[in-house]
Design a binder for this molecule. Structure first.
Ligand code: FES
Length: 122
Protein backbone atom coordinates (compact mmCIF):
# COMPACT_ATOMS: atom_id res chain seq x y z
CA UNK A 1 0.00 0.00 0.00
CA UNK A 2 1.33 3.41 -0.95
CA UNK A 3 -0.05 6.63 0.44
CA UNK A 4 -0.72 9.36 -2.13
CA UNK A 5 -0.57 13.12 -1.52
CA UNK A 6 -3.91 14.85 -2.08
CA UNK A 7 -3.28 18.50 -1.29
CA UNK A 8 -2.21 20.80 1.48
CA UNK A 9 -4.66 21.79 4.21
CA UNK A 10 -4.22 25.46 3.31
CA UNK A 11 -5.41 24.74 -0.25
CA UNK A 12 -8.88 23.96 1.12
CA UNK A 13 -10.88 27.03 2.13
CA UNK A 14 -12.42 26.68 5.60
CA UNK A 15 -15.71 24.74 5.55
CA UNK A 16 -15.17 23.92 1.90
CA UNK A 17 -13.83 21.15 -0.31
CA UNK A 18 -11.51 20.57 -3.25
CA UNK A 19 -11.33 17.78 -5.81
CA UNK A 20 -8.21 15.83 -6.65
CA UNK A 21 -7.65 13.07 -9.18
CA UNK A 22 -4.96 10.76 -7.93
CA UNK A 23 -3.09 7.78 -9.33
CA UNK A 24 -3.82 4.85 -7.05
CA UNK A 25 -1.68 1.97 -8.25
CA UNK A 26 -2.24 2.86 -11.90
CA UNK A 27 -5.95 3.56 -11.48
CA UNK A 28 -7.29 7.12 -11.71
CA UNK A 29 -9.29 7.77 -8.55
CA UNK A 30 -11.28 11.02 -8.01
CA UNK A 31 -11.29 12.24 -4.42
CA UNK A 32 -13.10 15.05 -2.56
CA UNK A 33 -11.10 16.54 0.32
CA UNK A 34 -13.22 18.41 2.87
CA UNK A 35 -12.18 20.84 5.58
CA UNK A 36 -14.79 20.93 8.34
CA UNK A 37 -13.81 22.79 11.50
CA UNK A 38 -10.41 21.44 12.46
CA UNK A 39 -11.11 18.12 10.76
CA UNK A 40 -10.14 16.87 7.32
CA UNK A 41 -12.32 14.26 5.62
CA UNK A 42 -12.04 12.71 2.19
CA UNK A 43 -14.44 10.74 0.04
CA UNK A 44 -14.47 9.04 -3.31
CA UNK A 45 -15.86 11.58 -5.76
CA UNK A 46 -18.68 9.32 -6.83
CA UNK A 47 -22.34 9.75 -5.96
CA UNK A 48 -24.01 6.64 -4.50
CA UNK A 49 -27.03 7.31 -6.74
CA UNK A 50 -25.54 6.62 -10.18
CA UNK A 51 -21.81 6.82 -9.54
CA UNK A 52 -21.01 10.12 -11.25
CA UNK A 53 -18.75 12.88 -9.95
CA UNK A 54 -20.48 15.36 -7.67
CA UNK A 55 -19.21 18.72 -8.94
CA UNK A 56 -20.52 20.66 -11.93
CA UNK A 57 -17.34 22.69 -12.20
CA UNK A 58 -13.91 22.24 -10.60
CA UNK A 59 -13.89 22.37 -6.79
CA UNK A 60 -17.58 23.34 -6.64
CA UNK A 61 -18.96 20.82 -4.14
CA UNK A 62 -21.16 22.83 -1.78
CA UNK A 63 -24.87 23.55 -1.74
CA UNK A 64 -26.07 27.16 -1.72
CA UNK A 65 -25.89 27.33 2.10
CA UNK A 66 -22.35 26.00 2.19
CA UNK A 67 -23.39 23.53 4.88
CA UNK A 68 -23.52 20.36 2.77
CA UNK A 69 -21.81 18.64 -0.12
CA UNK A 70 -24.10 18.68 -3.16
CA UNK A 71 -24.35 16.29 -6.06
CA UNK A 72 -24.92 18.48 -9.10
CA UNK A 73 -26.71 15.74 -11.07
CA UNK A 74 -29.87 15.24 -9.01
CA UNK A 75 -29.34 17.37 -5.92
CA UNK A 76 -28.38 14.86 -3.23
CA UNK A 77 -27.04 16.53 -0.07
CA UNK A 78 -24.27 14.94 2.00
CA UNK A 79 -22.88 15.70 5.44
CA UNK A 80 -19.33 17.04 5.37
CA UNK A 81 -18.46 14.85 8.34
CA UNK A 82 -19.28 11.23 7.55
CA UNK A 83 -20.59 11.75 4.02
CA UNK A 84 -24.10 10.50 4.80
CA UNK A 85 -26.79 11.48 2.30
CA UNK A 86 -29.52 13.45 4.08
CA UNK A 87 -31.72 14.30 1.10
CA UNK A 88 -32.09 13.26 -2.50
CA UNK A 89 -32.45 10.01 -4.44
CA UNK A 90 -29.74 8.19 -2.43
CA UNK A 91 -30.96 9.31 1.00
CA UNK A 92 -29.55 7.03 3.69
CA UNK A 93 -26.55 5.98 1.57
CA UNK A 94 -23.13 7.56 2.04
CA UNK A 95 -20.09 8.67 0.12
CA UNK A 96 -17.22 6.17 0.21
CA UNK A 97 -14.71 7.38 2.83
CA UNK A 98 -11.04 7.77 1.94
CA UNK A 99 -8.71 7.28 4.89
CA UNK A 100 -6.34 10.21 5.31
CA UNK A 101 -3.48 11.44 7.42
CA UNK A 102 -2.04 14.95 7.69
CA UNK A 103 1.70 15.53 7.94
CA UNK A 104 3.25 18.13 10.22
CA UNK A 105 3.82 20.30 7.14
CA UNK A 106 0.09 20.28 6.34
CA UNK A 107 0.12 17.78 3.48
CA UNK A 108 -3.01 15.62 3.33
CA UNK A 109 -2.36 12.03 2.23
CA UNK A 110 -4.76 9.32 1.10
CA UNK A 111 -3.88 6.12 2.95
CA UNK A 112 -3.74 3.07 0.72
CA UNK A 113 -6.03 4.35 -2.06
CA UNK A 114 -5.36 1.24 -4.17
CA UNK A 115 -8.07 -0.48 -2.13
CA UNK A 116 -10.76 2.06 -3.03
CA UNK A 117 -13.57 1.08 -5.38
CA UNK A 118 -13.88 3.13 -8.58
CA UNK A 119 -17.52 3.94 -7.95
CA UNK A 120 -19.79 4.45 -4.96
CA UNK A 121 -22.73 2.93 -6.80
CA UNK A 122 -24.05 -0.12 -4.99
S1 FES B 1 -26.11 11.09 -9.40
FE1 FES B 1 -25.96 12.17 -7.49
S2 FES B 1 -28.01 12.52 -6.96
FE2 FES B 1 -28.17 11.42 -8.81
Amino acid sequence: MTDVALCRVDEIPPESAVGRDIDAGGRPVPVIVVRHGAAIAAYLNSCPHVGVRLEWQPDDFLDITGAYLLCSSHGALFEKAGGRCLAGPCRGAALVPVATRVDADGTVWAIGPEALPLTARR
